[in-house]
Design a protein around this ligand. Structure first.
Ligand SMILES: [Zn+2]
Length: 423
């Protein structure tokens, strides 16, 4: 099998590992059938058949890559009205904008003013705002209508999927880039070979490809099975990542753990061959070995903890309902679709999910469970007995914010272990 066939996945059931081609993939967890998590439904769609796909997470015993074994068409996942906006979660927005400073100060990069920076999966342009403020030339690439929001906010953005052809076109029209970033999108890509070749076309020699992806070690340690959904094809650890990029003439020179999305990994790859990794990257590789990340043990533990957290959440919500308490959801991240559908939480147990009025999901319904997403003012008016924090990885600022707005409900944090917060 050549490298393109191996790294560019066909749609449907995955037959072999995307990094190394091994066909003996081992089951980590089977979450059942789910609709794509950000495919929220309008009211009239509740009368139609809903399309669901298998959601199983697999581990490659050969290279260590963890991946789901069903590829949904990207046009279906990242459809034109895709409702996710990175700029409305303030913690995340700050983290994304700080990438510019990291790149300017990094000993590996030392990015001078006027450099050309391209962000892939640029969403509403939040990440590039940081680079623009620091005096860089910027361009976003975003396949959904959200590109228009970025353009309106002064971040020039092309509305398209990124690949080899688009990479070449950008270079011809705008010149070579010193930096290409891909925050929380690299793990979403089925046609990886096409994408990495595009990055190589676009970057100057010695240019930096910076990615941020959800980190496998955090996923396992904090039981984040809710971050398993069809948009996330892969759950990276460092070793398979290095192997992947090496095949395209990149050296991974540095990596660090960052808090985004409940634990992510920021990886610096240079378009140059044979460079050595930094000290902290070597330490992280050693930690992966120490945690036995390439053996079966942490995955068995993970599976057991998922099963326990599922029944604990179900028991708590059923008990509260029996006792006549009102329970609602707060925040509607993509991951809550996996959590609520896997735990069979429906409108009886959670009559609605409250969201900020600026969220594009308000007025729509969660796929599967059909729980309505409503303007949070409904929650402020009714002050329910309990509220489940569905963006639980950001629970602290969320609780502070809701308390400041006068909510006196008790808060439930569903993961890593289900617990009710003490006041
Ligand atoms: Zn593999």
């Amino acid at each position: 099998m050549n490298i393109t066939q191996q790294h560019d996945l066909p749609l449907g059931h995955l037959q072999a590992c995307q990094v190394c081609g091994c066909s003996d993939l081992q089951l980590v967890i089977d979450l059942g059938h789910h609709a794509p998590c950000d495919s929220l439904l309008r009211e009239n769609q509740l009368h139609e058949i809903e399309r669901t796909y298998p959601l199983r997470c697999m581990r490659c015993p050969e290279c260590g890559l963890v991946q789901i074994d069903y590829v949904v068409a990207p046009e279906e996942l990242f459809y034109q009205d895709y409702p996710y906006r990175s700029g409305i979660t303030s913690t995340l927005a700050r983290n994304l904008q700080s990438i510019a400073q990291v790149m300017i100060e990094s000993e590996h990069v030392k990015l001078p003013k006027g450099s050309f920076v391209v962000d892939l999966g640029s969403n509403d342009g939040t990440l590039l705002q940081g680079f623009k403020s620091a005096g860089m030339r910027v361009l976003g690439v975003e396949p959904t209508k959200i590109a228009a929001i970025a353009n309106a906010n002064g971040i020039p953005s092309l509305k398209t999927f990124f690949g080899t052809t688009v990479g070449r076109q950008i270079r011809e029209q705008y010149g070579q880039a010193q930096v290409v970033t891909a925050a929380n999108m690299f793990a979403h890509v089925a046609k990886l070979s096409d994408l990495i070749r595009g990055v190589a076309e676009l970057l100057c020699d010695g240019g930096i490809f910076l990615t941020e992806s959800h980190y496998l070690l955090d996923l396992l340690k904090t039981v984040q099975y809710d971050s398993i959904y069809h948009e996330h094809l892969k759950y990276y650890s460092l070793k398979p990542f290095v192997r992947m990029l090496d095949a395209y003439g990149f050296s991974v020179i540095d990596a660090e753990r960052i808090p985004n999305y409940g634990g992510s990994i920021r990886v610096f790859a240079k378009k140059a061959k044979g460079l050595l990794p930094s000290l902290r990257m070597k330490e992280l590789l050693a930690e992966e070995e120490y945690e036995d990340l390439y053996g079966p043990r942490p995955f068995e533990e993970f599976r057991n903890r998922v099963a326990k957290s599922k029944t604990d959440l179900q028991n708590l919500l059923v008990d509260l309902r029996r006792n006549g308490k009102t329970v609602v959801g707060v925040g509607c991240p993509g991951r809550c679709a996996t959590l609520l559908n896997y735990c069979r939480v429906d409108r009886d147990l959670m009559p609605y999910i409250a969201e900020q009025p600026s969220c594009l999901k308000v007025g729509m319904f969660l796929p599967g469970a059909h729980i309505p997403v409503v303007d949070e003012k409904i929650m402020f008016e009714s002050n329910p007995d309990y509220a489940v924090i569905l963006s639980w990885h950001y629970w602290e600022p969320i609780v502070r914010n809701l308390r400041a707005k006068g909510i006196t409900s008790k808060f439930i944090v569903p993961l890593p272990e289900v617990h009710v917060l003490e006041d």
